[in-house]
Design a protein around this ligand. Structure first.
Ligand code: SF4
Length: 377
């Protein structure tokens, strides 16, 4: 196989990894479906809203570790592929010049330790930036146990860096990846990224990913760690990737996780990042999971607003953001419209972009509960 064939194989193997935002709900990237590169290139939405064709790939799909859920684990029987730093940069540059790709997300299996593997990822990025003068989007994975100076260099080259935590704490990680060290190898690099940003007065964004449903972890555990890291390591996104069993791994007989659980976690992550909620606001069931039958904002509102509705003509921004059916953009519209006149009817709200049926049970309009019809279902 030539280097392009190897890259195709690596990229298809990599398709399972969430990388960048692909929609407001944070759903997973979807293949662009353009032959012959289907599965290699993904439409990704950049922080400013621009869409780019992103190549997600691996430096190598060989790995010396044996994480229980992972298709790349050592000893699993499948065709592995590896590209040198020169090959990776050259093949990507050819694709970029043909207009097929505009950005690269580069990760790797671990071969020769996390530090050596990180060196190879950095070398690919260096060649791409220096020799091929690539100025587009670059997302580099930080390997478990990477050193501070490696992280600093990766941050100089990349627009985004990420470390996959996989599990919310040491005990849960032991059920997924027995040879990864949670605090030292995974949390420490995430905190180093933030400390380097502080030292330099800025830098690329950082993200992490959890496997959901692979280690009997609860949503409470996942969201507690997420909330801490959003605050302390200033992550710009947390990705939740539902567990799917991979044949030939120790967890192959474990059932796949319900996609609705992943969706509820993403909704909650938005509440933490964009709606002013904190961990203590979240509503969990007796097992420590988010209710699947209610949007997490509605679950909170049923407990707190059903008997103390928000007066939409007086409430401040943070109060308005707590109302189901009202998002950050709608809050601004409501505040603007209130300067022109009072909000009196649900139809007034609908015109402003509020999902009126959702908001109605939790609001007052001029001191009155708005008349609304309960949904049939
Ligand atoms: S270290 Fe990464 S690539 Fe290797 S088995 Fe674990 S999760 Fe998979």
């Amino acid at each position: 196989m030539d280097a392009f064939d190897e890259l195709q194989l690596l990229s298809r193997q990599m398709a399972i990894e969430p990388a960048e935002e692909v929609g407001a709900t944070g759903a997973r990237p979807t293949p662009c479906g353009v032959d012959p590169d289907a599965g290699m290139i993904h439409h990704a939405i950049m922080p400013g809203g621009k869409r780019i064709a992103l190549l997600k790939t691996l430096q190598t799909s060989a790995c010396e570790r044996d994480c229980y859920y992972c298709p790349f684990r050592a000893g699993r029987d499948f065709r592995r592929a590896t590209l040198s730093a020169d090959e990776m940069a050259r093949v990507f540059d050819e694709m970029a010049r043909r207009g097929q790709v505009e950005g690269l997300f580069l990760s790797s299996g671990i071969a020769g330790g996390g530090i050596r593997t990180q060196d190879k990822i950095i070398a690919s990025a260096e060649i791409l930036r220096r020799k091929y003068n690539f100025r587009g989007y670059l997302h580099l994975k930080i390997m478990p146990g990477a050193e501070k100076e490696q992280i600093r260099r990766a941050m100089q080259l990349a627009d985004r860096v990420s470390v996959n935590l996989e599990a919310p704490n040491t005990q849960r990680l032991a059920q997924l990846a027995p040879h990864k060290v949670f605090l030292e190898e995974l949390v420490r690099p995430l905190k180093l990224i933030e400390s380097i940003r502080r030292e330099q007065g800025g830098g690329p964004s950082s993200t992490t990913q959890f496997v959901v449903g692979g280690a009997d972890e609860t949503d409470r555990e996942l969201l507690l760690t997420s909330a801490q890291l959003l605050r302390e390591a200033r992550l710009s996104r947390v990705y939740f990737s539902k567990f799917n069993p991979v044949p030939g791994t120790p967890l192959e007989n474990r059932p796949p996780e319900n996609p609705l659980r992943e969706h509820r976690l993403y909704q909650t992550d938005f509440l933490l990042r964009q709606y002013g909620f904190c961990f203590d606001d979240l509503v969990f069931d007796e097992r420590g999971n988010l209710p699947l039958d209610a949007d997490p904002k509605v679950a909170w509102a049923r407990q707190h607003l059903a008997h103390a509705p928000v007066e939409l003509n007086r409430a401040g921004k943070s109060e308005l953001l707590r109302v189901p059916g009202i998002g950050p953009k709608t809050v601004d519209v409501i505040l603007r419209e209130r300067r022109k006149g009072r909000l009196r009817e649900l139809t007034d709200l609908r015109k402003l972009g509020v999902i009126a049926a959702r908001a109605a049970p939790f609001v007052l309009l001029d001191g009155r509960r708005p008349a609304y019809q309960l949904p049939l279902w």
